[in-house]
Design a binder for this molecule. Structure first.
Ligand SMILES: C[S@@+](CC[C@H](N)C(=O)[O-])C[C@H]1O[C@@H](n2cnc3c(N)ncnc32)[C@H](O)[C@@H]1O
Length: 205
């Protein structure tokens, strides 16, 4: 028998999430990004897209007990204190209308950890994930107050560079983030876009 192997990062965060009662190990990705980039400073209302099972929502609530949180997912989600949950498809106009109603048309931060049901066909999975990331940016452009931010997961594959270009043309600043909790070998990366340049609904402030 050789030397015992160091626990892999994936297992480390999986165990830590279990021990802390987080519903998903991805909770640590948001925790790390939120801390480093002061994600919740000056934020009163957050929209959490693709929130189920609720790890990110738990982190948002833990980091700030007073912010308003609206969470959305195709799948059901176990309730979290003072979180409004909408079950729906973020690509559908009906769901976006519900979001608009629940947030009164203005949010300070949109977070999106969207991932499609994996088919095993890499090209298809990447294309579907990209559509979800595009939807998150679109919803951000629609609902964000000026100076607001969108954090969205995106897979680095076909179409990624075009997505990045388009985000850069629509926001004042765009950064790419890879939190320690995200495996180095994973194609996922997080895009943080600040300050929407165009407002499709005329919201200000
Ligand atoms: C990686 S999980 C999100 C994990 C979540 N951030 C957490 O910490 O618990 C991806 C989620 O995206 C959701 N999803 C995928 N496509 C969607 C869509 N079109 N509309 C809403 N949710 C969607 C899935 O149902 C799944 O719950």
């Amino acid at each position: 028998m050789g030397k015992p192997k160091k626990p892999r990062k994936k297992e480390h965060y999986y165990r830590a999430a279990k021990a802390k009662g987080y519903r998903a190990r991805s909770a640590y990705k948001l925790k790390q990004i939120a801390k480093k980039h002061k994600l919740l400073s000056d934020v009163d209302c957050v929209l959490d897209l693709c929130s189920s099972p609720g790890g990110w929502t738990q982190v948002l609530r833990e980091l700030d007990s007073t912010i308003e949180i609206v969470a959305v997912d195709l799948n059901p989600m176990q309730p979290i204190e003072r979180v409004t949950f909408i079950q729906g498809d973020i690509m559908s106009p009906e769901t976006v209308d519900k979001i608009r109603k629940m947030t009164r048309g203005s949010v300070d931060l949109v977070v999106s950890d969207c991932a499609p049901k994996v088919t095993g066909n890499w090209e298809l999975d990447v294309a579907r994930q990209l559509s979800l990331a595009e939807a998150a940016l679109r919803i951000g452009l629609d609902l964000l107050r000026s100076g607001g931010r969108v954090l969205t997961k995106v897979f680095q594959g076909s179409g990624f560079q075009e997505f990045l270009q388009s985000a850069r043309s629509e926001f004042e600043s765009v950064r790419l983030l890879k939190p320690d909790a995200s495996r180095k070998t994973s194609a996922e990366i997080y895009l943080l876009a600040t300050g929407p340049l165009k407002k499709s609904n005329g919201n200000e402030g």
